[in-house]
Design a protein around this ligand. Structure first.
Ligand code: GAR
Length: 209
């Protein structure tokens, strides 16, 4: 039946959509998205999941009283649904070491820069592209990596470079990074995981046949 995937989201969910489309077209081998969890009520990503017939859950930190209860609730949903792989796709809440240690090399995240540039605390969403443009880098891109206790610090699985062009605004650049990089490398990395083709050795990821 393949691996069961949960996708954690907070916003528009275009990366979730890329995963849904990739599963449908067969790009994701040996895996299927069986649960979408949002930490923001009314996130458009939830609509995308419902339209695709995928089960959704909303988990609000404030309503639960704090980080520990928030993570416990997510863990119980992942356990109940027998999830093998957790994908952070525009999930804007940092998970504690207690959470990440529960799922070693079973959580992946997509980040909109070439890590280790423009990453870590405070670098999320549009801010990442603002920082890249402010620095004047000529090339940026996206990274899919395993998630550990260090924000954006886990082993790198796939990266793709994207050119910066004259006249780019953060919004224009964000869109190009999504189209040319994120929407391709996230489904690819998920497919590799689901086929057991990712091996971690000495803080590096090796891709097997
Ligand atoms: C994406 O660009 C994703 O890489 C980024 O937020 C956007 C979410 O868009 N994630 C981060 O910055 C995480 N540090 P989406 O909701 O349309 O997929």
């Amino acid at each position: 039946m393949g691996k069961k995937i949960a996708v954690l989201v907070s916003g528009g969910g275009t990366n979730l959509q890329a995963l849904i489309d990739a599963e449908k077209s067969g790009i994701i081998k040996n895996g299927s998205i069986s649960l979408v969890i949002s930490n923001v009520s009314g996130a458009y990503a939830l609509e995308r999941a419902k339209n695709a017939g995928i089960k959704t859950e909303t988990v609000i930190k404030k309503e639960l009283g704090g980080q520990a209860a928030f993570e416990e609730k997510i863990i119980s949903l992942l356990t109940e649904n027998e999830i093998d792989l957790i994908v952070l796709a525009g999930f804007m809440s940092i998970l504690s070491e207690n959470f990440t240690k529960t799922y070693p090399h079973r959580i992946v995240n997509v980040h909109p820069s070439l890590i280790p540039s423009f990453c870590g605390k405070g670098f999320y969403g549009l801010h990442v592209h603002e920082a890249a443009l402010a620095k004047g880098v000529k090339v940026t891109g996206a990274t899919v990596h395993f998630v550990n206790e260090i924000p954006d610090g886990g082993e790198i699985i796939l990266q793709r470079a994207v050119e910066i062009k004259e006249g780019d605004t953060p919004e224009i650049l964000q869109k190009r990074v999504m189209v040319e990089a994120e929407w391709n490398i996230l489904p690819e990395a998920v497919s590799l995981f689901c086929q057991d083709r990712l091996e971690v050795k000495n803080n590096k990821v090796y891709i097997g046949e």
